[in-house]
Unconditional design. Structure first.
Lengths: 517, 517
């Protein structure tokens, strides 16, 4: 199977149907297919060869969707960049994957030019023209080329590299295949199906697999992609009303923000039939409000990670009960989707008994090909086909998975993963900092908030503002600490000399149900 | 992915749910899992090693389903035998695939013993005991063994060899993989989904992939398998009423037989939600009657063949319209399912224009691994990943596939190609015609002549002149039947419910060189 074929089939079967809506611009599947095949020719004409990486740094847009397909059509590999990254983080990823070309929109044109030295030969301007000096205009490329034949890269071949934050301080390139991505959608759709002709709202960032998976899935369904630049409650509410959105993917934080907006402004969200969410469970209170907001929607929680293409388990609508004995399942991440195996293992990868906490391991066609240019880390992460998720959890006797905590020390803030190690590495480079530790603490808006413990060097000190400013130069803004505890005592250590984060977390989580692992 | 995991997941998620119903015997998924893992140990104890073939010759039964899973669990390969074959045909297949073991039920115990010399070391008696002398009793094996660990054969590995009739006179062993079978179900289910907790009636033979695919699919859905020994209208009607059957697979011939039975005896078939049929399109007349019989069913036509695991295209319920311009689609086989590519090619495998007749070629994850021990035929059948189906058809501009006839079965009369399906479709619409079949017979003037077999409805009749006049109003004159055989007995059917044209041709071609395949 291959990504480009999903578009070809949609264009053959429903060529006149609206494929993309972006602002006032709509394009049919026949249009998009033609543009994709011509853009692919343009990319090849600029020197991209089959197997080359092509990076994209852009806000959501219809051209972003086209870029995913055109890059595959040309036989190349997409590398979507996180739009919130710092220049240094982009530079690292580009030097790691060495893309031949870089595609940027208006918002990232200046950044793209600064990044030129880090790899790409040329930059394509993926926006309404004219292109800034030195950049190649995408519409000119599309207009200048005939449709080329699809390269038909398919099956187990590498399709996309998604960079994800790493515990070691650097992001890693997760390599996903055509088959892995497509089978994951087919299997997920069996448990939580889209209705006919979905009209899907892309408000989460397209560089994230949570949204990119819907680019593939909704194309398989020959549905309509309604694209907005990013998540904003007012924009989402308006898009739902004006476009008759039937399906969307959100994280609970976004549902909470929507709820706050709708309470104040009102909204008719009755067109939504399917609402998928992930990154964290939904609380009973928020689910109640969400069910009021989306009276006709079937709710579905998905658990997974980029390394899993991305879904491992699904909690479908029928288990979203707020009362009765089955209400306990609302805190679970559901059960493995068809073809995917989930088990809980000890550090030696041996299965633990039902109900015992261990690391969640996953095997199946959705497991990534590996980390780009990192065979050592790949070998540590995939053992005999089982992917170590780094998440801790347990499974009940009916196969429901309950996530307890992140083994790898990840903070999930507003749906974004923040790896403590990255923030700690940044903080530790401030000259006044002797030692530091970063944890997630409960936050009413973001689910978790990045909180830092800092101990200054003898005689030195810095304001919180200084520390934040320091971090923001090194890491994305959403990763920076939002609150601090300044300590004069050493941080508590385990026998092995590791900081006992459990101890640090306890006071913050005392009144919350979450384990402090 | 692997077949055994579908059973493991059903047992984990729905261990207490009824998995199989056979006569008065019901077993839960937990029971079936336990029996399968112990039977696998028993098979291994009798000398079967991973990679060995294990043949099965039996009528439908709950143990047949268990055998499919147990053979895979033991790391071996299932070879289901056609129960309508002659001893010589069985002997050919067994010598071709050299199974280590042969599993037979009561009906085939004697045949099994006669076949001993053709390969298997031992025979297992897959029926209620005691086993005849010399055969090993399956229940004794299950009782004597503990559950063994699943061998976890999976992915691209060979899972089942299905022998299919060949136009060259010998059957061929079609090799199908775990992934091919499972992905085919996931993709088909996206277009024509089963509802929650299907209760499926296995009345077509389990040795045929049309039914075996449902063994896999319904297990993925953790549905209930209701199994009857074979197709019989009275048995089917009773099973639907007593077991609340929600889903079944039939061929139009069987739907016609059911209709005749229900007209005479009456029946409430309202529990059926999904009715899938294949092997040939359904006529408007029969569809009308079927919609009356199954008032709550969604109809779905599937086209494919064993070599395609087995489905390539689906005509879903929404295209089953009997009036209006879209009624023409009722004669089509629908469109390619996700991940599967269908094209019409000329003899050099080049695509032909939209609307032109050519050979149907298919590419995708469902294409067989090849023919067992027949690399030459495999190389002729799969060209650059495209499987030549041997069927002729054309595709319209929206991707709807219309099957014209078997390429190898075309009647060449006076230099004109006559596709028998067209003639049969015309004849079948005459009100007196219950069933019919059209073949080419030798003709001194035209080379071949169009000859029709006709069986009239109870109490009805028509002259040859009337039938010819009727056909000439619907199809070109050269295509009309030139001669007739009026039958009072049913036409001979294959195990898959297809009319055995080979049998019909034999007497006409006895003194001629042409193959009657």
């Amino acid at each position: 199977m291959r990504l480009t074929h999903t578009l070809q089939a949609a264009a053959l079967h429903h060529g006149g149907r609206i494929a993309t809506v972006y602002g006032a611009r709509t394009r049919t599947y026949a249009d998009v297919l033609s543009r994709v095949a011509r853009l692919a020719a343009g990319l090849r004409g600029m020197g991209a060869e089959p197997g080359d990486r092509i990076a994209v740094i852009a806000l959501n847009g219809d051209r972003y969707l086209e870029a995913y397909f055109a890059i595959a059509w040309a036989g190349c590999i997409s590398v979507p960049g996180n739009t919130r990254w710092s220049e240094a983080e982009h530079a690292f990823a580009l030097e790691n994957c060495e893309p031949r070309l870089l595609l940027v929109d208006r918002a990232f044109a200046a950044l793209g030019q600064k990044l030129m030295s880090h790899a790409p030969d040329r930059i394509v301007y993926l926006d309404d023209g004219p292109a800034p000096a030195g950049l190649h205009d995408v519409e000119t490329m599309i207009a200048a080329n005939d449709m080329m034949a699809d390269c038909c890269t398919s099956g187990d071949a590498l399709a996309v590299i998604f960079y994800t934050g790493g515990t070691t301080g650097h992001s890693k390139g997760v390599m996903l295949s055509h088959d892995g991505l497509i089978v994951n959608f087919l299997a997920m759709n069996l448990v939580a199906p889209y209705g006919p002709h979905p009209v899907f709202l892309h408000s989460p960032p397209m560089f994230h697999l949570a949204d990119a998976a819907a680019i593939i899935g909704i194309t398989i369904m020959a549905g309509t992609h309604v694209i907005v630049p990013g998540f904003d409650p007012a924009v989402v509410v308006r898009a739902i009303r004006e476009q008759g959105i039937t399906a969307l993917v959100l994280v609970p934080t976004m549902i909470g923000m929507l709820d706050a907006y709708v309470r104040e402004n009102g909204a008719d969200l009755g067109s939504v039939r399917e609402l998928k969410y992930g990154a964290s469970p939904i609380s009973v209170a928020l689910l109640h409000r969400a069910l009021e907001m989306f009276p006709n929607a079937r709710f579905c929680q998905a658990y997974g990670q980029t390394e899993l293409s991305p879904v491992a388990t699904i909690l479908p609508h029928e288990w979203h009960k707020t009362t009765g004995p089955e209400a306990r399942l609302l805190r679970s991440a559901g059960r493995a989707i068809p073809g995917v195996e989930v088990r809980i293992v000890d550090p030696d990868m041996n299965p633990v008994p039902v109900g015992s906490v261990g690391e969640i391991a996953v095997r199946g066609p959705n497991v990534m090909l590996g980390y780009w240019k990192n065979p050592d880390l790949t070998a540590k992460t995939i053992i005999d086909g089982w992917l170590r998720t780094g998440d801790a959890g347990y499974m009940d006797e009916q196969g429901f998975l309950f996530i307890v905590d992140r083994v790898k020390d990840v903070i999930v803030s507003g749906g974004e993963n923040v790896y403590s190690a990255e923030v700690e590495n940044a903080l530790a480079q401030h000259p006044t900092v002797l030692e530091c530790a970063v944890i997630g603490v409960p936050d009413p808006k973001w689910g978790e908030r990045v909180h830092a413990f800092v101990r200054f060097r003898e005689g030195a000190t810095a304001s919180e503002e200084e520390l934040i400013f320091h971090c923001e130069r090194m890491i994305a803004s959403y990763k920076r600490p939002r609150s601090f505890t300044i300590r004069t005592d050493p941080l508590p250590l385990s026998g092995a000399g590791k900081i006992l984060k459990m101890e640090l977390r306890k006071p913050f989580w005392a009144d919350h149900g979450r384990s402090v692992g």
